[in-house]
Write a new protein. Structure first.
Lengths: 283, 237, 646
C-alpha cells in the first residue's frame, strides 16, 4: 500500500509522515514542486498519484492543498487529526475549537485524505521517503506576486521568545512596558483578541485560534486570562510564563510558570532585573 | 461541558456568535457593496436559532439571508458544501450570478477547512484561501494570503470564491437602527435533507491538559529575579 | 407734561415689550419644538419643589454665604416687584401711585429693608467675584455677570434716589417714618430733590425696561426659566434614566441627541436655565482631576448650540467626544445645581446617539459592550462560571420551577468574575447563613443587569437584558432582593419597574445593618480606625447613608473624610468608566485615596465592588498605607471575633 505525503521542509510535515507510515509505504511530493506556488496544479498532480491514502501537515497550505484534492476527487477529508488508525472504516481523532475539544470520528472513504495537526505527533526520524515528481501541469490558481512584511520586527510565527499582552495591560500606551521587555529579550510582541478588538494593536500581533499560532521556546503572557481561543494558539509553546493578578485565570492554571500580581509593577521589574544581570556580567 | 451522550457541547447558558473569520467575510461583503453598488446575501446551514446570526449579519448591512434549516444534527464538510452549493445555484438561477462568494477559512468549531474549496470546485470558479486582503481590480480580484516571510499575492478573474481570515478588516459595531432594520429584512428558509456523513462523528472528548505544572515564581515585582533565572535556564537571555 | 410722560412711558413699554416678546416667543417656540418628556405627573411633588427650591432657595443655601447673597437679591426682588408698577405710574404722574399698597407703611418698610438687602447682596456678589475669585467661575461669562449685577445695583440705587427725593419733596403717599433709609437719604438729596426725583424715577423705569429686553439674550433669563425648570424637574428616583421606546417605527425612535433639535423640551429648558454659577464644575470629579469635562461648560455649550439654530451634530461640533465620555454619572453636579439642571440626562442622551447610531465610542468600551451583548456579562466570561465564587460555601442555587426564597441574593457580575470583588459576596453569604436567612442565588441564570450598557448609552442592549432578567425574576416569583452592588441595586430597584419588574430591593449594608440591629448578628467592636467611602449610587442617587455607618460603628472607630455622605467624591468607575482608560489628568481613584489617607484611618471601608477595585488600585498605585475592605468582610471578621470572645 503506497501512501502519498505532501511535504515541505517543516517539522509538521515530518509529523504527518509519522501517521502516514501506519497506512503504508510512504512516497512524498514536494509542496513547492511548482514555482511559483500553484495549489491547483499540485492538487491535480497529487490526485493522479496511485496512492491508497494521502497525508499532509495541517498547516494553512497543507489544509488548502488537501481540500483541493478532496474536492477534485469527490472524497471526504479529515483535517487536523492528532491520531489516525487504518481500518474499515478508518478512525481518526481530530481537533475542534483549536484543540480545546477532541472529536473521534469514522472516515468512510476508499482513499483516506488526512491532514495532521502540528505539535500533536512526534516527527518522523527515519529516512526521507522517495520523491514523486508531478506528472502533469495544469492551469489554475497560482501565486502572481509577493509582498514583504511591513514591520521590520521579529515575526510572531517564527519568534523564539514572545512577550504577549492582554486586556490586563489596560491601554494602547500600556504596551510600552511589554515592548520594552520584548526589546531586551529580542522577542516578538503578541497580544490577545481582546486587545485587537479594542484597537490597541494590529491583528498581525494577535496570537490564538484565529490569529497566529506560535511555537516559541518561551511565551510570556501578561494580563491575559487565557480564553480557549487564545490557548489554541499556544499549543506549540515550550514554556509558558503567565503573569496575572488573578491566580485562578485559565492561563495561570495552564502555564509552566506563574507570577501573581500587577503586571504594571512586575514587567518593568523583570526588565530592570535583566539590565542588572547584564550589567553585572560585563563588569 | 459535554452533553450526556458526549456528542455535543452542552449549550445551556451559552450565547452564540458568528465565527470570527466569517464575521470578517460579512464585513468585507458589506464594504464591497457599499463601494460598488450591488446586493449582498448571507447564507447559513444550521438550526432554527442560527437566524440570530443571520440577523446580526444583516445588522452589519447584508441585504438578505438564506437559511438552510437543520434539526440540530451535525453535518460534515462534504454535506454542508453540497447543501450550500444547491442553495447558491438556486439563488443564482433566480437572481443572477454572484461576483464573489466569501467563506471563512475554517469554522471556529469543527474546523474542517474544506467547505469553501468544495463549493468553488463544484461551481467551477477559482478559489484562494486564508486571505488577509482583498482588492477589486476591474473584473479581477487581487488577494493577499499570509505565508512565512510576508504575503503571497494571487490575482484571479471574477466570478471567484474566496476564503478569508480574521484580520482582513475590523468589523463595524452594528448600529441600533441597523439592528432594527435587520429584523424585517427577508430570510428565505428551506430544509434540505441530511446525507449520511462520510466523516462521521462518533463522540467528543475533553483533552487531558498538556501537563504544565504552573510552578509559582512568586508574586509582585519581587518575583523578577526568579523570572530572570528561569529565562536564563531556558536560553532566552 | 403728564400727557407727554404718558406717551413716553407707553412708547418705552411698547418697544421693550415688543423686543422682549419677540425673543421670548422665539425661545418658547424652540422649547415647544423639543422632543416629548413625561414631566406632567405628580403635581404635588412639583409644587413642593417650587416651595423648597425656588422660594426656599434650598439648593443655593447648600453653600451658605453665596446662598444668602442670592437669597437676599431673590427675595428682595419678590418684595420689590410691585415697586416697578408704582414707578411706572409715578413716572407719568408724580402724585399718583398704586391704590392701597402705595400708601402702606409696612410695605414701605419692607421695600426699604429689602432694597438694602439687595444692595448688600450685590456688593457681596462683587466681593465674591472680584476679591475671592472662586475657581467655579472659570469659563463663565464674567463680563455679562458684572453687567447684570451692575444693572441690579442701578435698579436699587435709583429706587433709593427716587424714594429719597420723593420724601424730600413730600410726594410720598406712605408715611415717611416707615421708610427709615429713604428718609435718612432724603436729607442728603433735598437740595436737588426736584430734578433728582424725575431723573431717578425715569432712570429706574428705563433700567428695568432695558433689563427686560436684555433678559432673554443673557443668562439672566434664568429668573423666568429657572422656576419653570424646577417645576418640571425629576420627581422619580434620581438614579433612574428615562427609557427609549423602541416599539415605535424605526424612523420615529429617538436615539438620544445627535443635534440640538433632538433634545427634549425639558433639556432645552435646562440649557436656558443655566446661570453659569459653576457649582457643578466645582464638584465634578472629572473636572477636579484635569479632564476635559466641566458640567457647566457642557450645558453652556449645549445652550449656545441650541440658540444658534445649527443643525450640525452636537458632537464633535459643540461638545468634544472626550467631554461626553469623561462623565462618571456620579450626580454631584445635579445635586449642586440651584436650578435643577439634569446634566446626566444630557450626557447619556449624547452617548446614546454616539453608541447606538454612530458606533463612535472608546474602543476598549466596545469590547465590554460586545461581551455584555454576547455573554451577558461585561467580563466576557462564560455564564456557567458564575458560581465559582461560592465554591464550598453551600449556597443554594435556585433552579427553574423551585419556590422563591425569602430573599434572593443577586450576586452581580463583579463578584462572580473579578477576584477582588469576590470577598464581599463570600462574606455576605456567610453572614446570611450565620443569621439563618433563607436565601438563594440565581447562579448561571443571572445576567448582567445591563447597567454598564445603559450608562454607556446602549439602551437597546440594556432593555434586552432587563427584559430577560425581569422574566427570570418574575418567573421565580421573587419578592425581595439583596445585592452587594449599588449599581445592581439602583438598576433593579429604580429602573426595572419600567420593564415590569417590581421587587423590594435592599443593599447588603442595609440588610446586614438590620440583622445587627435585630441581634441576629453580633459583631465585636475593635479599635481599628475606619473611614467609609460612600458610593455615589448609594449615598447620592439613593440616599443610603446611615446604615453603612451603623456597620462601621459596630466594627471599629469611624472617622469621616471631608467629602462624605451626599457630598461623596466618586471612585471613578461609574458611567461605565470602569471599562475605559483615563487618558488625561490625574486618576480619580488616586485622588480619593489621598483623601482617605488624610483621615489617618487604617482601613478604608467600601460597599461596592467597583469602589473596591478602583480604590484598591488607587492604594497600590499611590503606595498608601491603607487596607480596602468591603463592609460585609469587616462585619464578618467582627462577628467571628465576637464568637471567639465568647
Amino acid at each position: 500500500m503506497t501512501v502519498l505525503v505532501l511535504m515541505d521542509s517543516s517539522e509538521a510535515s515530518r509529523q504527518a509522515l509519522t501517521l502516514a507510515r501506519k497506512f503504508g509505504e510512504p512516497v512524498s511530493m514536494r509542496m513547492d514542486a511548482f514555482q511559483p506556488f500553484a495549489p491547483e496544479a499540485l492538487a491535480h498532480a497529487a490526485a493522479e498519484v496511485d496512492a491508497s491514502a494521502i497525508f499532509a501537515a495541517g498547516t494553512d497550505r497543507g489544509n488548502d492543498m488537501m481540500a483541493r484534492v478532496a474536492a477534485r476527487l469527490g472524497l471526504p477529508l479529515a483535517a487536523n487529526c492528532v491520531a489516525a488508525t487504518p481500518g474499515d472504516p478508518v478512525t481518526v481523532t481530530r481537533l475542534r475549537w483549536g484543540g480545546s475539544l477532541l472529536e473521534e470520528a469514522r472516515l468512510h472513504s476508499p482513499r483516506p485524505l488526512i491532514t495532521v495537526a502540528p505539535h500533536a505527533v512526534p516527527a518522523d526520524t527515519g529516512p526521507a521517503p522517495p520523491e514523486v515528481e508531478p506528472s502533469t501541469s495544469v492551469e489554475g490558481v497560482q501565486v502572481s506576486g509577493h509582498v514583504a512584511p511591513s514591520n521590520g520586527g521579529v515575526s510572531l510565527a517564527e519568534a523564539k521568545v514572545i512577550v504577549s499582552g492582554g486586556r490586563g495591560v489596560g491601554s494602547k500606551e500600556g504596551f510600552a512596558i511589554i515592548e520594552e521587555l520584548a526589546g531586551l529579550l529580542g522577542a516578538a510582541v503578541g497580544c490577545s483578541r481582546a486587545v485587537t478588538s479594542a484597537g490597541w494593536r494590529p491583528h498581525s500581533d494577535q496570537v490564538g485560534q484565529t490569529g497566529t499560532k506560535v511555537s516559541p521556546d518561551v511565551y510570556i503572557a501578561c494580563g491575559i486570562s487565557g480564553a480557549t481561543q487564545h490557548m489554541a494558539g499556544l499549543k506549540g509553546a515550550k514554556r509558558i510564563l503567565a503573569i496575572n493578578s488573578d491566580p485562578q485565570a485559565p492561563l495561570m492554571l495552564n502555564a509552566d510558570y506563574t507570577v501573581t500580581g500587577d503586571l504594571k509593577e512586575i514587567v518593568p521589574a523583570i526588565s530592570a532585573e535583566i539590565r542588572r544581570a547584564r550589567a553585572g556580567r560585563t563588569s | 461541558m459535554l452533553t450526556a451522550d458526549a456528542r455535543a457541547i452542552d449549550t445551556t447558558h451559552l450565547g452564540f456568535t458568528m465565527s470570527p473569520h466569517e464575521e470578517c467575510g460579512v464585513e468585507e461583503a458589506v464594504r464591497l457593496v457599499e463601494a460598488n453598488k450591488g446586493e449582498s446575501v448571507v447564507l447559513t446551514l444550521g438550526p432554527a436559532e442560527a437566524t440570530e446570526q443571520l440577523r446580526d449579519a444583516m445588522a452589519l448591512g447584508i441585504d438578505r439571508a438564506v437559511h438552510l434549516q437543520t434539526d440540530g444534527q451535525e453535518w460534515d464538510g462534504e454535506g454542508t458544501a453540497a447543501a450550500l452549493l444547491e442553495a447558491i445555484r438556486a439563488d443564482e438561477a433566480a437572481n443572477g450570478p454572484f461576483d464573489l462568494v466569501f467563506f471563512g477559512n475554517e469554522s471556529a468549531d469543527s474546523a474542517g477547512f474544506q467547505v469553501g474549496i468544495r463549493v468553488a470546485y463544484a461551481l467551477g470558479r477559482p478559489c484562494v484561501t486564508g486571505l488577509k486582503k482583498v482588492t477589486l481590480e476591474g473584473s479581477s480580484v487581487r488577494c493577499e494570503q499570509e505565508v512565512e516571510g510576508g504575503r503571497d499575492v494571487y490575482v484571479v478573474p471574477l466570478p471567484a470564491v474566496l476564503t478569508v481570515k480574521e484580520g482582513l478588516n475590523l468589523p463595524r459595531y452594528p448600529s441600533v437602527p441597523g439592528k432594527m432594520r435587520a429584523r424585517s429584512k427577508p430570510v428565505t428558509v428551506s430544509t434540505p435533507a441530511r446525507p449520511a456523513p462520510r466523516l462521521e462523528l462518533v463522540k467528543l472528548a475533553v483533552p487531558a491538559g498538556q501537563g504544565r505544572r504552573a510552578e509559582s515564581l512568586g508574586s509582585g515585582a519581587a518575583a523578577a529575579p526568579a523570572v530572570v533565572e528561569m529565562l536564563q535556564k531556558a536560553g532566552a537571555l | 407734561m403728564t400727557f407727554s410722560a404718558l406717551i413716553a412711558l407707553l412708547l418705552a413699554l411698547a418697544i421693550s415689550a415688543t423686543l422682549f416678546g419677540r425673543r421670548a416667543l422665539k425661545l418658547f417656540t424652540l422649547v415647544r419644538s423639543g422632543k416629548p418628556a413625561a414631566r406632567f405627573d405628580d403635581a404635588a411633588a412639583r409644587v413642593g419643589a417650587e416651595a423648597t427650591d425656588v422660594i426656599g432657595q434650598r439648593k443655593l443655601l447648600q453653600r451658605l454665604l453665596p446662598g444668602l447673597m442670592h437669597a437676599a437679591i431673590f427675595w428682595g426682588f419678590l418684595v420689590l416687584f410691585p415697586t416697578i408698577v408704582i414707578a411706572m405710574i409715578s413716572a407719568v404722574d408724580p402724585h399718583a401711585t398704586l391704590p392701597w399698597l402705595g400708601a402702606q407703611g409696612w410695605y414701605a418698610s419692607l421695600v426699604d429693608v429689602f432694597a438694602l438687602l439687595v444692595l448688600i447682596g450685590v456688593i457681596a456678589a462683587f466681593v465674591i467675584r472680584k476679591v475671592q475669585r472662586p475657581a467655579r467661575f472659570k469659563g463663565s461669562h464674567r463680563g455679562e455677570a458684572d453687567l447684570i449685577l451692575g444693572l441690579i445695583a442701578g435698579i436699587v440705587v435709583t429706587l433709593f434716589a427716587w424714594h429719597a427725593s420723593q420724601i424730600a419733596l413730600g410726594l410720598n403717599d406712605y408715611p415717611a417714618s416707615w421708610a427709615p433709609i429713604s428718609s435718612g437719604l432724603s436729607h442728603l438729596v433735598s437740595p436737588v430733590a426736584a430734578p433728582l426725583e424725575r431723573v431717578a424715577v425715569w432712570a429706574h423705569v428705563l433700567i428695568i425696561l432695558s433689563f427686560l429686553v436684555y433678559l432673554p439674550y443673557s443668562k439672566h433669563l434664568h429668573i423666568l426659566v429657572a422656576a419653570i425648570n424646577v417645576y418640571f424637574g425629576r420627581t422619580r428616583a434620581r438614579g433612574r434614566l428615562e427609557p427609549i421606546d423602541f416599539e415605535v417605527p424605526e424612523q420615529d425612535v429617538r436615539f438620544g441627541t445627535a443635534q440640538a433639535a433632538d433634545m427634549t423640551w425639558k433639556q432645552m429648558l435646562d440649557t436656558m436655565s443655566c446661570t453659569e454659577c459653576g457649582r457643578c464644575q466645582d464638584v465634578c470629579p472629572a473636572y477636579a482631576t484635569g479632564k476635559a469635562l466641566s458640567p457647566k461648560l457642557l450645558i453652556m455649550a449645549m445652550r449656545d448650540n441650541l440658540l444658534s439654530g445649527a443643525a450640525t451634530p452636537v458632537v464633535p461640533g459643540a461638545v468634544s467626544d472626550d467631554v461626553v465620555w469623561d462623565c462618571v454619572t456620579c450626580g454631584a453636579c445635579v445635586r449642586e445645581c440651584p436650578v435643577n439642571i439634569e446634566h446626566i440626562d444630557h450626557i447619556i442622551d449624547l452617548r446614546r446617539n454616539l453608541v447606538m447610531v454612530e458606533s463612535r465610542f472608546p474602543d476598549e468600551a466596545g469590547t465590554m459592550l460586545r461581551d455584555v451583548d454576547r455573554t451577558s456579562n461585561p467580563w466576557g466570561k462564560p455564564q456557567a462560571d458564575r458560581m465559582q465564587w461560592a465554591e464550598g460555601l453551600g449556597v443554594r442555587v435556585l433552579r427553574p420551577g423551585e419556590a422563591a426564597p425569602d430573599v434572593l441574593f443577586w450576586v452581580g457580575c463583579a463578584p462572580a468574575f473579578d477576584e477582588r470583588a469576590r470577598k464581599a459576596a463570600v462574606s455576605t453569604a456567610k453572614l446570611m447563613q450565620e443569621a439563618g436567612v433563607d436565601f438563594a442565588v440565581l447562579g448561571p441564570r443571572e445576567s448582567c443587569t445591563g447597567d454598564p450598557a445603559r450608562r454607556m448609552g446602549d439602551e437597546y442592549t440594556f432593555q434586552r437584558l432587563a427584559g430577560e432578567n425581569v422574566a427570570t425574576l418574575n418567573g421565580a416569583e421573587v419578592k425581595k432582593i439583596v445585592t452587594t452592588c449599588p449599581h445592581c441595586f439602583n438598576t433593579i430597584g429604580n429602573e426595572y419597574p419600567d420593564f415590569g419588574g417590581r421587587y423590594e430591593v435592599v443593599h447588603h449594608t442595609e440588610f446586614l445593618a438590620e440583622l445587627v440591629r435585630e441581634g441576629r448578628l453580633s459583631p465585636a467592636p475593635s479599635d481599628r480606625t475606619i473611614t467609609y467611602h460612600d458610593s455615589c449610587y448609594l449615598a447620592r442617587h439613593n440616599d443610603v447613608r446611615a446604615q453603612p455607618r451603623e456597620l462601621v460603628a459596630a466594627v471599629g472607630k469611624p472617622v469621616e473624610m471631608a467629602r462624605n455622605r451626599e457630598r461623596t467624591f466618586c471612585c471613578g468607575a461609574g458611567g461605565a468608566r470602569m471599562w475605559m482608560e483615563e487618558k488625561r489628568g490625574r486618576p480619580i481613584n488616586q485622588e480619593r485615596v489621598r483623601e482617605a489617607v488624610a483621615t489617618g484611618a487604617e482601613t478604608l471601608a467600601v460597599a461596592c465592588p467597583f469602589c473596591t477595585v478602583m480604590l484598591d488600585d488607587g492604594v497600590r498605585e499611590t503606595g498608601a498605607k491603607l487596607q480596602v475592605f468591603d463592609l460585609a468582610t469587616l462585619l464578618h471578621e467582627a462577628v467571628e471575633r465576637g464568637r471567639e470572645g465568647q
